[in-house]
Structure formats: structure tokens, C-alpha cells
Design a protein around this ligand. Structure first.
Ligand code: TEU
Ligand code: CA
Length: 521
């Protein structure tokens, strides 16, 4: 691992700051709260935290509407709190990655205030103004254009109307945004996760998007159109390369791109000569059906498509998608953990995944997410996967002494850090085992990935480097299954009860059981 950059062998842990730990009883997580829980993260065995946006914001989209790129929202604390968190994280060997939201600002950002004031304001062109809308749609429903009476033009918003899109064709916008990156990099921040990287630049002719023949009822309404003119435009790659250049002005930082695109397009975000994003997020596991065959296909396709020298990465969940344990069930969540932590490259976890935490039902009068408010009842809302981290079984889960901004649900009485730490073979113990295994077996990070197969709903693959060879077998079925294996000894098991046993020939696997085995050579 000596030859690797830190982010290549890192396990990144996403913290949704509103929901991790509240320190002052207002029911909303904050920076001091995160600092209180750093030792937990060290013990979990992660290497970096990515914190979703903490900048001043009216919170129309809970921080993804930024009103000032170079400050901290009082709800999360002060700049002093941030500086202390950074020091304390670094002191423990944890890197800190911030969320950067380049596509849009809040409508309360001073820049937009100026831009919307008159048509000849110097910042008019910092946003995207048109006399007439085209047919582009907002990701959160409805037209992506909002009429602004003051100047009689429409502005573009790919998300809420409170989130006007910046005009990245304007060089002053580029300069101002790059300076914001430098502000945090100078403080010692270790990198950025860049929000909606593939949306940053739009067609300069504003052509209408064609209808999507594959659209089905129940999908998010913006899928009615194929987003060919307002996303993944060729010019975006120049911009990403420039952004990477800024990040590389500072030693040893990382640039991660949030990109929801099919594998071939996704790969283009590594950039020409790998001068783009270090890691275009790989969301394959977050979107694919949970069967050995599908996952085997996804792994093979991703691996084959990786450009020469490009570094892989894997994700199971984030703050925009249903939690993995809800998608596939508690038993398979352990299999997913073993899968995630035995795949090559950089790993990103979402807070609570290590507890097997499920989506929490959120009643209509508890809804916070603007997506659910705009498009109610379609199951698009993201509140259920953003509920507070359950630290213990008490009414407010040790998360807050006040009233939590989202409910903790009933399940947290059983599924919480304190209880799972007491239990010998809990999923939390499994996660700790696996992060440690990854540390002690670099072959899992950077070894070759070979022999990916799927039979009887059992996924198998091997990781190999030098004379070391680990075989991973994962029973993704709901029933027990019998397979045959070469002589091997178990180094990790999902049920935490077969480590050290020798296996040769027939292997009986319980439902949702998985093994990492050292193959004897
Ligand atoms: O998400 C981008 C994105 O693609 C989402 O709109 C996604 O389609 C949606 O959440 C349904 O899963 C990023 C952030 O991660 C998200 O939280 C923000 O709301 C959005 O950008 C706007 O900044
Ligand atoms: Ca708080």
C-alpha cells in the first residue's frame, strides 16, 4: 500500500451532518457533534469522512443550496468549530472531504441577488437567463425555468427554483468558484466530493430535450425527457480538468465526482490522460438488482470499462437513495458489507450502513425533503434514509437531547451502536472485522480481481497478488446452498462464527452467508 495515494486505499465515510450527532439540543446534528464521534469512526476503521454541505444556506435543499461558499452555517457551528474538527480529525489520521456544489447556488446567494437585479448588472451573466424557456425539466419536478418579474426573463434551475444554476461558461464564475476551492484547500481540507458534476455545463443553443421512450409511470417526472442537451455535455470535461488542476495545486488531495451515468459515459470523467476526477463515483451497486448474476455482470462490466490506470471505487448507499438494508433485507446487508469491503479500489460507506440501519418511515406531516413535497407519494422522498444516527436505545437515540429533526423510528431500540457493540456477532462487529481485514490484506485493495462467476445465486470472485489469493463466496439467495471449493481456510465470515476453519470440497452455506477464504497454494 506504500505506493498508493491515501485516497486509493481509503474507506470514506459519508456523514449527513444534520443527522450524525447533535451537540446543543436543537435536534440537528452539527460539527461539534461530529467531533465527539471521531473515536467511533477510528474504531470502525474508516480513513476519511466526507461531510455533506455545511455552508451557510436557507436549507431549501438542506445545504445543497449554498448562500456562501466560504463560511459555515450557524446551525452546524462556527468556522472555529470547523477548524477544530479538522485538527482533531487529522490528529487521529482521518482525512476530511467537503461537499462542493458548483452547479447552482441558493437564490439567496449575494451573486444571484446582483444577477437578478437588472439585465445589465455585471453579474447578470453569472446565471443562465433567457427570454423564453425551453422544455428542460427540474430534477425535482416541473419546468427548469422560473420567470423573474423584475427583469422579465427566465432563469434556469436544474433543481429547486431556490437553486439557480450558475453559468460555468462565464470565466468570472469559474475564477470565483475555484477560489472557493482554494479557500478550503488552504485550510487543509483533503478533497472534495463534487455535486452533480455531469450537469455543470448545458447546451449553448438551449435545444429542447427529446422525449424518453423508456419512461414509465412512477419514475421521477424529469425522466420523461432524455437529458441530452442539459447534461453530460462535451465541454464539461475541460471544466473538470481545470477543477482537478486547482485541487492539484495542493499536495495529496482528492477530487470525487457525483455522476449518475451509464458505465461508458461515467468512465469519460476520469478525463483525458486521467486528468479529470480522481474518482467518478461508481453507483452501480446502488442501482442494480440484487442477484449474483447481476452483480457479477456489473463488476465485470465496470472493471473492463476502466481506462488504463484509472482507480476503481464502490458505493452501496448515500443520502439520496434507499438504504441498502431496506433494499435487500437485513440478512443480505451482511453479504453487501462483505462484497463492498472486498472489491478493489476506494470504498465509500454511508453513515448507519455499519448498523444495518434501515429507511425510517416518515409520516406526511413529518416530511422535510423538498423532493417529496414537490412530488408527493411517488416514494421519491429522501427523508427515510437521512434519519438520525442511533447511538443508543433511548427515545432520542443519544443523537440529541432535544427533538430530532427527523424521527428515529422504532427499530433504533434494537439497532443502535451501543446494542450492536455489546452483541458478539453483530453487523457492526462484521464491519469492523472487514475494515481491519482490508487493512491487513492489501490484496483486497489493490490485488487483481479474477474469476467473477455467479451460479445458484452464489457470487464468487478472487483477489490475487503475488502468492496471496483470497476467494470470496457470497450466498445472495434466501436459502441455504451447497457449493464446492478448493482447499482454503476461512479468514472472514458474515456470521462471524467460522473464522479459522479449513474447508475443502463441499461447502454448505447458510442463507445470506459469505466467506473470505485464503486459498492454500
Ligand atoms: O443529487 C443529484 C441527483 O442526481 C439527485 O437529484 C437525485 O437524482 C435525487 O436525489 C434522487 O435520488 C445531488 C445531491 O446529492 C442531492 O442531495 C441534491 O439534492 C442535488 O444534487 C442538488 O444539489
Ligand atoms: Ca445542533
Amino acid at each position: 500500500m506504500q505506493d498508493l495515494r491515501w485516497w486509493q486505499h481509503a474507506i470514506i465515510y459519508e456523514i449527513y451532518p444534520r443527522s450524525f450527532q447533535d451537540s446543543n439540543g436543537d435536534g440537528i446534528g452539527d460539527l461539534k457533534g461530529i467531533q465527539q464521534r471521531l473515536d467511533y469512526l477510528v474504531q470502525l476503521g474508516v480513513d476519511a469522512i466526507w461531510i455533506s454541505p455545511i455552508y451557510p444556506s436557507p436549507m431549501a435543499d438542506f445545504g445543497y443550496d449554498v448562500a456562501d461558499y466560504c463560511d459555515i452555517d450557524p446551525i452546524f457551528g462556527t468556522m472555529g468549530d470547523f477548524d477544530r474538527l479538522l485538527v482533531e480529525a487529522h490528529r487521529r489520521g482521518l482525512k476530511v472531504i467537503l461537499d462542493f456544489v458548483p452547479n447552482h447556488t441558493s437564490d439567496r446567494h449575494a451573486w444571484f441577488g446582483e444577477s437578478r437585479s437588472t439585465c445589465d448588472n455585471p453579474k447578470r451573466d453569472w446565471y443562465i437567463w433567457r427570454d423564453q424557456p425551453n422544455n428542460w425539466m427540474s430534477h425535482f419536478g416541473g419546468s427548469a425555468w422560473e420567470y423573474d418579474e423584475r427583469t422579465g426573463q427566465y432563469y434556469l434551475h436544474s433543481f429547486l427554483k431556490d437553486q439557480p444554476d450558475l453559468n460555468w461558461r462565464n470565466s468570472e464564475v469559474q475564477a470565483a468558484m475555484f477560489d472557493a476551492l482554494r479557500f478550503w484547500l488552504s485550510k487543509g481540507v483533503d478533497g472534495f466530493r463534487v455535486d452533480v458534476m455531469w450537469l455543470m455545463i448545458k447546451d449553448d443553443q438551449f435545444r429542447d430535450n427529446p422525449p424518453n421512450p423508456g419512461y414509465r409511470l412512477g419514475q421521477a417526472p424529469h425522466n420523461k425527457l432524455l437529458p441530452i442537451y442539459n447534461s453530460d455535455r462535451p465541454e464539461v470535461h475541460e471544466l473538470v480538468a481545470e477543477m482537478r488542476g486547482v485541487v492539484d495545486e495542493f499536495p495529496d488531495r482528492v477530487l470525487i465526482g457525483e455522476i449518475y451515468l451509464p458505465i461508458p459515459q461515467l468512465m469519460t470523467y476520469y478525463g483525458v490522460d486521467l486528468r479529470g476526477a480522481n474518482l467518478p463515483f461508481n453507483f452501480q451497486l446502488l442501482q442494480c438488482a440484487w442477484s449474483a448474476r447481476t452483480v457479477a455482470e456489473v463488476i465485470s462490466e465496470y472493471q473492463q470499462a476502466l481506462p488504463e490506470g484509472a482507480w476503481p471505487n464502490w458505493v452501496l448507499g448515500n443520502h439520496d437513495n434507499a438504504r441498502i438494508a431496506s433494499r435487500i433485507g437485513a440478512r443480505q446487508a451482511r453479504v453487501a458489507a462483505m462484497l463492498l469491503l472486498t472489491l478493489p479500489g476506494t470504498i465509500t460507506m454511508y453513515y448507519g450502513e455499519e448498523l444495518g440501519m434501515c429507511n425510517v418511515p416518515v409520516l406526511p406531516d413529518q416530511v422535510q425533503d423538498p423532493f417529496e413535497r414537490n412530488e408527493p407519494g411517488l416514494g421519491l422522498g429522501r427523508d427515510p434514509e437521512r434519519t438520525p444516527m442511533p447511538w443508543d436505545g433511548s427515545a432520542t437515540g443519544g443523537f440529541t437531547t432535544g427533538w430530532p429533526w427527523l424521527p428515529l423510528g422504532d427499530e433504533h431500540e434494537i439497532v443502535n451502536v451501543e446494542a450492536l457493540e455489546r452483541e458478539d456477532n453483530s453487523i457492526l462487529r462484521l464491519y469492523r472485522n472487514l475494515t481491519q481485514l482490508r487493512q491487513t490484506h492489501p490484496v483486497l485493495v489493490s490485488g487483481r480481481l479474477e474469476n467473477v462467476t455467479a451460479e445458484q445465486n452464489v457470487l464468487r470472485y478472487e483477489r490475487a497478488s503475488g502468492r496471496e489469493r483470497l476467494a470470496i463466496v457470497l450466498n445472495m439467495a434466501a436459502e441455504p446452498v451447497q457449493i464446492t471449493v478448493r482447499a482454503a481456510s476461512v479468514v472472514a465470515s458474515t456470521h462471524l462464527d467460522r473464522e479459522g476453519t479449513k474447508i475443502e470440497g463441499v461447502l454448505n452455506m447458510r442463507a445470506g452467508e459469505g466467506f473470505v477464504m485464503a486459498i492454500e497454494s
